[in-house]
Design a protein around this ligand. Structure first.
Ligand SMILES: Nc1ncnc2c1ncn2[C@@H]1O[C@H](COP(=O)(O)OP(=O)(O)O)[C@@H](O)[C@H]1O
Ligand SMILES: N[C@@H](CCC(=O)OP(=O)(O)O)C(=O)O
Length: 387
C-alpha cells in the first residue's frame, strides 16, 4: 500500500486510462445539494466530462443515487423516513427528477441516455441476469449512456441492495467493464475516517489482498449516504471478481473523471487480487453462459494451445449456435475436443461470414472494418474451464 504515488501506481493508472468500458457511480452525498434536492451544477459537470469520455471512444454506464433525497426535497421532508413504503414513495417521486436532470444535460451534448432500474433478483437470477446484460450491452453498442439506479419502489427490505456501491459493482460484472469509479464526498479511502481522524492519510493505491484495508473503511456519517467506505471496499472486491479495478475519488474535484482518463494520480486505486487479466479470465470461465461454438483448424488449435495467441478468423472452419457480439463461445479442435472458451468479437452471422478469411478480406466480407481477432487473447481461457 502506498500513501504517495509510486511508479507502479502510475503504470497501473496509465493502463486503466486506456481501457474502454467504465462504470461511474455518483453517491447520494454528491448528487444532492445538502439535502436540498439535486445539485444541477454538479450533474452538468459530470455529464460534460462523460461526454468528453464518450467522444474519446469510451463506453460509460452511470450509476446514480439521489432518488430518495430528491423525493424528500420535492415533498418537503427534512428527515429521511424510516418506513419502507415511505422511502419507496420518495424514490418514486425523486427518480423522475433524477432521470430528467441527466436526460436534459446529456441532450445538450447530443447524447442519448436510458433509465435502467435493477433489483437484486435481476442480478441473482440467471435468466434475468443475462437479460439485463444483453440490454446494457445493446445500449452501449448504440452509444447510449445507461443511467442505473436500484428499483427502490419494488425492492422489499429482504432483497434490497440498499447502497449503490454494491449496485455499481454488480453493474461492472454485468457489463464486464474494465473500471469502477466511485465518486464520493472524500478524496478516497483514508487510513481512518477523516471525519473522525482529520489528519488521517489518503491511501493512493492498494491491492485488494491487503488485509489492513477492512480496518480502515468505516460507515457513512452523512445524512444521505448509505454504507460509507465499507460498502465501497466490498464493491471493489465484487468488481474485482470480473477483473475490474476500482478508483474511489472526490466527485467535486473539477475534472476528476478527466484526470482518471489522463492516467493521473487521483483518489484511491484498488487493484484486483489476482491481477486484472487472471481475474477477468476466471470470470469468463466461470460466470457466463455458453452461447455457441467455433470449430478450429489444426493450425489455429495449435497456436492457441501452445502460444496463447488470439484466435483469428482464418483459423475458424465452422460456426455453431446463435450468439451475439461479446457472448461466450467454446473453441473446438478438429477432433471435437474443447480447447477453451472466450468472448467472441462478432455475432454468429458475422462469424460465419468471416470464417476462413484473411485479415485483408475482412472488411469486404463484413461490409465494414472489423476487429482482426475473432476472439482476443485477453478474453480467452485455454484449458479446463471448471464448469
Ligand atoms: N477510511 C475512510 N476514508 C474515507 N471516508 C470514510 C472512511 N471511513 C468511513 N468514511 C465515510 O464514508 C463517507 C462516504 O460514504 P457515503 O456517505 O456512503 O457516501 P456516498 O453517498 O458517496 O456513497 C465519507 O464521507 C466518510 O465519512
Ligand atoms: N437508490 C437510492 C440510493 C441508495 C444510496 O443512497 O446509495 P449511496 O449513494 O451508495 O449511499 C436512491 O436513489 O436514493
Amino acid at each position: 500500500m502506498t500513501a504517495s504515488p509510486a511508479p507502479l501506481a502510475a503504470n497501473a493508472r496509465a493502463r486503466l486510462a486506456n481501457t474502454r468500458r467504465w462504470v461511474i457511480k455518483v453517491g447520494s452525498s454528491l448528487v444532492t445539494a445538502k439535502g436540498q434536492g439535486l445539485d444541477h451544477e454538479a450533474i452538468r459537470d459530470w455529464c460534460t466530462q462523460i461526454a468528453a469520455l464518450r467522444a474519446s471512444g469510451k463506453q460509460i454506464v452511470l450509476v446514480s443515487s439521489g432518488a430518495v433525497a430528491e423525493g424528500m426535497a420535492r415533498l418537503g421532508l427534512k428527515k429521511r423516513p424510516g418506513a419502507l413504503h415511505e422511502l419507496q414513495a420518495m424514490a418514486a417521486v425523486g427518480q423522475m427528477g433524477l432521470v430528467r436532470a441527466y436526460e436534459s444535460e446529456f441532450n445538450t451534448h447530443g447524447i442519448k441516455a436510458a433509465q435502467i432500474l435493477l433489483t437484486h433478483d435481476d442480478v441473482a437470477d440467471r435468466d434475468r441476469y443475462l437479460n439485463a446484460r444483453g440490454t446494457l450491452n445493446a445500449l452501449l453498442e448504440f452509444g447510449v449512456v445507461p443511467v442505473v439506479n436500484e428499483n427502490d419502489t419494488v425492492a422489499t427490505d429482504e432483497i434490497r441492495l440498499g447502497d449503490n456501491d454494491t449496485l455499481g459493482a454488480l453493474t461492472v460484472n454485468l457489463t464486464e467493464a474494465d473500471l469502477l469509479i466511485l465518486l464520493t464526498d472524500q478524496d478516497g479511502l483514508y487510513e481512518a475516517d477523516p471525519r473522525l481522524v482529520p489528519d488521517a492519510q489518503l491511501v493512493s493505491e492498494a491491492a485488494l489482498t491487503d488485509t489492513r484495508l477492512a480496518g480502515m473503511a468505516g460507515d457513512s456519517k452523512g445524512v444521505l449516504g448509505r454504507g460509507g467506505m465499507r460498502t465501497k471496499l466490498n464493491a471493489a472486491h465484487t468488481a474485482a471478481r470480473s477483473g475490474a479495478a476500482t478508483i474511489i475519488a472526490h466527485g467535486r474535484r473539477p475534472d476528476a473523471l478527466m484526470q482518471i482518463a489522463r492516467g493521473e494520480t487521483i483518489g484511491t486505486l484498488l487493484t484486483p487480487a489476482l491481477g486484472v487479466m487472471t481475474a477477468r479470465k476466471r470470470w469468463i470461465a466461470g460466470q457466463l453462459q455458453l452461447r455457441g461454438k467455433l470449430h478450429l483448424d489444426e493450425g489455429a488449435a495449435r497456436v492457441l494451445r501452445e502460444q496463447g495467441r488470439s484466435l483469428l478468423p482464418v483459423g475458424v472452419v465452422r460456426v455453431e449456435g446463435d450468439f451475439s457480439h461479446g457472448d461466450l463461445v467454446a473453441l473446438i479442435d478438429p477432433s471435437g475436443v474443447e480447447i477453451g472458451r472466450g468472448l467472441c468479437n462478432y455475432d454468429a452471422d458475422e462469424a460465419a461470414r468471416i470464417m476462413g478469411a484473411k485479415r485483408d478480406e475482412l472488411a469486404a466480407r463484413l461490409g465494414h472494418v472489423g476487429e482482426p481477432e475473432i476472439v482476443h487473447r485477453d478474453n480467452l481461457v485455454v484449458g479446463p474451464t471448471h464448469r
